[in-house]
Design a protein around this ligand. Structure first.
Ligand SMILES: *Cc1c(COP(=O)(O)O)cnc(C)c1O
Length: 417
């Protein structure tokens, strides 16, 4: 079934919002009144429920419960319990995911475990243009392992052919952070398994934004963020998936006490915990984890197929409006035009992308900039309206028509863009 053609006039766009079955979710988030927020792929919005959780965790569990809260408030179980909630969103079993650490750290752990499972192989396949921390994590690991491995950097079009029988691990981000293209997780995983390699998927830009089926695709390991489309809050811990068939087969190397078989036996020597718990390392940021649960609970109630449909339409609308109204301003579409191939974002490139984005943000339209010349607009179906897209492109057109972006202050680089 293909959806009705997309209107680009304001009346038609308002009709889309009236018919939007996800529209009710917007009220669950707190958003500044004068902002159109197109950066939920960098930091998701605040779920209202998170504020009550933060208050309870600080004022009761910490203030009054103190150390007893590790038991009484369930702090100790959080990485497993919240991991199980994430698992339901990414096609994993409840005992295959933990919420812990940061994406880059979790990637280090799973690639290390995967390399240990393929001791006679030396190649890790990665997309060179991927978010750099993934490259850096793997490069650091390889250095630590004595430079016996190498990364084979390839770009999307050549991936399948690069997965040959010397490959130990294929380590890819499912949806590209900058250009938004989606890798075929099932086909690439199958290819990897055919040549005897393992896969480590990064689903930072997929979880909560589009259907992810880790077990359906046969994925071996995966990592992902909770502060993007899962709205977990700034610095919320990441999550780590290890397929149950690998549990107990290979260790992740950051073998802290939380990954020990009996942490409170305080034994001198390491013994791995059975199951997914071996993927933990140490004490987690309880306040961040507690707050992140609000976003996970919202995601659990949002039918992901509806989220995906709306996300594709928001992107199509954005691109259609830009094509109509900004034709002469020299933008190039830097993401797939075909919504099926595109994650939950649109990307435009422009020689003055940085200044234009700064001007847009000053006008209340918040997207972000990715060097050297890409403007990213994250599309978050749970709290964006179609009319927001219309308004955002109007502002973009105004910034271009009036050349506001040429103000010298917009060329000065800030620390975070
Ligand atoms: C957002 C993102 C990260 C974030 O890593 P942190 O360790 O949380 O800083 C890593 N990899 C990819 C592909 C991302 O999109």
């Amino acid at each position: 079934m293909s959806p009705a053609p997309l209107p680009t006039d304001l009346n038609g766009i308002r009709r889309l919002d009236r018919d939007d079955r996800l529209a009710g979710f917007r009220a669950e988030f707190e958003l500044p009144a004068d902002v159109i927020y197109l950066d939920g792929n960098s930091l998701g919005a605040l779920p209202k429920a998170a504020k009550a959780i933060a208050r309870r965790t600080v004022e009761q569990e910490w203030s009054q419960g103190l150390v007893r809260s590790w038991n009484d408030a369930g702090w100790y179980d959080m990485p497993r319990r919240l991991g199980a909630k994430v698992a339901a969103l990414v096609g994993a079993g409840p005992d295959e995911v933990v919420m812990t650490d940061a994406t880059g750290i979790d990637l280090f752990k799973v690639v290390a475990a995967a390399l240990a499972l393929r001791p006679d192989r030396g190649v890790v396949v990665m997309e060179g243009s991927n978010f750099p921390t993934n490259n850096y994590s793997v490069q650091g690991l390889i250095r630590l392992l004595g430079d016996r491995h190498q990364v084979r950097f390839v770009e999307a079009a050549r991936l399948i052919d690069a997965i040959t029988d010397d490959v130990a691990v294929v380590c890819l981000t499912h949806v590209h952070y900058k250009f938004g293209h989606i890798h075929d997780m099932a086909a690439i995983t199958e290819r990897a398994h055919t040549v005897g390699a393992l896969t480590a998927w990064d689903v930072c830009h997929s979880a909560g934004a589009l259907p992810v089926d880790l077990n359906g695709c046969g994925a071996d390991f995966a990592v992902g963020c909770t502060y993007k489309y899962l709205n977990g809050g700034p610095g919320a811990p990441a999550f780590l998936f290890a397929a149950s068939r690998h549990h107990g087969q290979a260790w992740q190397p950051l073998t802290g006490w939380w990954s020990h078989a009996e942490p409170f036996a305080f034994e001198r020597d390491y013994r791995p915990a059975p199951g997914i718990a071996q993927m933990l390392s140490g004490t987690q940021p309880v306040l961040s984890m507690a707050v992140a649960e609000a976003g996970l609970d919202i995601a659990a109630r949002a039918p992901i197929e509806q989220v995906r449909q709306k996300s594709m339409r928001l992107g199509d609308l954005f691109l259609a409006l830009v094509a109509d109204s900004c034709e002469e301003h020299g933008f190039r579409v830097a993401c797939p035009q075909d919504a099926q191939q595109r994650g939950s974002q649109v990307s435009l490139s422009h020689p003055h992308a940085y200044s234009i984005m700064r001007a847009l943000i000053d006008c209340g339209v918040i997207g972000d900039f990715r060097a050297p010349d890409v403007m990213r607009f994250g599309l978050t179906p749970l709290y964006l309206r179609y009319e927001d897209i219309y308004d955002a492109v109007q502002v973009l057109q105004e910034v271009m028509d009036t050349e506001t972006w040429r103000r010298p202050e917009y060329a000065q680089r800030l620390a975070v863009t």
